[in-house]
Write a protein that binds this ligand. Structure first.
Ligand SMILES: Nc1nc2c(ncn2[C@@H]2O[C@H](COP(=O)(O)OP(=O)(O)O)[C@@H](O)[C@H]2O)c(=O)[nH]1
Ligand SMILES: [Mg+2]
Length: 319
């Protein structure tokens, strides 16, 4: 591996240089296939060559000693599943996951819940972005989303177009949070990223100059620093794809609206909160503490997960 200096005035400039005695710590901000772009703690940014299947991802904390890049242990890992079932790491050491929805197109049934559960399972704090608040009929949609999820996660109603509400999200991310957005196609994730990081195209352009490969925005996984603080991972193909599927246990443990049930205990440890005797969730539903709508949604998603489990079992896949 060669540490290739791009805009730094010190350190080795070729593999023939003497062994450096110190190492530098930084974070991977772009993955270019055979090289990674590292933002060092002193503010410098250099490209470091790595093996093609190095396993490094944006957000990875690294130590670079001479020509050698060492990855430090990860706090969190966020994964996605592609159309053919392959699992990919999207980013490392992320703190938050923004689930983006809009009044048009509206989110598919269960999408918000699955994304929240997936984020929590990966130890990321989920939050909701309701985009396109400039649309005439958006108020009703915002009220419905806030009514259901407001008690479980922070909700940011905003418009990527007009900039209305954007400041609150910027302040939230600037609290030192590093995150990513997920949401179905057309909800406005790209518009939101552009509104939050105006330098996006510029930075990707600079990377293209280096590799000379004409990389386009859509082929480079990048961690963008936000002007006011915090960062956002923009990984091509991830945002519109599904997160890695959740298990029945994760669904119940992290389902938005079930927070109160975590203080109680079901009689059976593997309770799926259906018809099992001594179920704390069912008791909270019958007392009106958990809204019936939340419980119905939980059962719908649980049914989907169980259908997936039995399909996997019949094909002999490990679940
Ligand atoms: N009215 C309105 N339209 C928006 C807003 N943000 C994005 N759009 C539109 O929604 C469509 C999808 O936007 P895009 O950013 O490509 O969504 P993505 O597929 O989630 O990345 C485009 O036609 C945008 O012009 C917004 O805040 N308000
Ligand atoms: Mg997009």
């Amino acid at each position: 591996m060669n540490a290739l200096r791009r805009n730094s005035g010190r350190g080795p400039t070729s593999p023939d240089d003497a062994c450096p005695i110190t190492y530098r710590e930084g974070v991977i901000v772009a993955h270019l296939g055979v090289a990674v772009d590292v933002l060092f703690s002193d503010g410098e940014q250099d490209v470091v060559r790595v093996k093609r299947r190095s396993g490094h991802v944006v957000g990875d904390a690294v130590q670079v000693r001479g020509e050698v890049l060492k990855r430090l242990p990860r706090r969190t890992e966020l994964r996605r599943r592609d159309a053919s079932g392959g699992i990919h790491l999207v980013g490392a050491n992320l703190d938050v996951l923004g689930v983006v929805v809009s009044p048009k197109p509206t989110p598919p049934a269960g999408f918000i819940d699955r994304a929240i559960v997936a984020a929590r399972s990966a130890a990321l704090r989920p939050f909701l972005v309701v985009n396109k608040c400039d649309l005439d009929d958006s108020a009703e949609f915002v009220a419905a989303v806030a009514g259901i999820y407001g008690g479980a996660v922070t909700v940011f109603p905003l418009s990527a177009f007009t900039g209305e509400g954007l400041k609150l999200l910027q302040e939230f991310l600037a609290e030192g949070h590093r995150g990513a957005f997920v949401g179905t196609t057309g909800v406005g994730k790209s518009s939101l990223l552009n509104a939050l990081c105006p330098e996006i195209d510029l930075r990707v352009g600079a990377l293209n100059d280096y590799t000379g490969k004409g990389c386009h925005t859509t082929t480079v996984a990048t961690l963008h620093s936000l002007p006011g603080g915090g960062g956002l991972v923009d990984t091509p193909g991830f945002q519109d794809f599904g997160l890695v599927e959740i298990t029945a246990w994760e669904l119940a443990a992290h389902f938005p609206g079930f927070e109160k049930s975590r203080e109680e205990r079901c009689r059976f440890r593997d309770c799926r909160h259906r018809t099992e005797p001594g179920c704390a969730v069912v008791a909270l539903v019958s007392h009106g503490v958990i809204p019936a709508e939340r419980y119905e949604t939980y059962l719908d998603i649980l049914g989907d997960i169980e259908a997936g489990e039995s399909e996997s079992r019949s094909r002999g896949w490990k679940i």
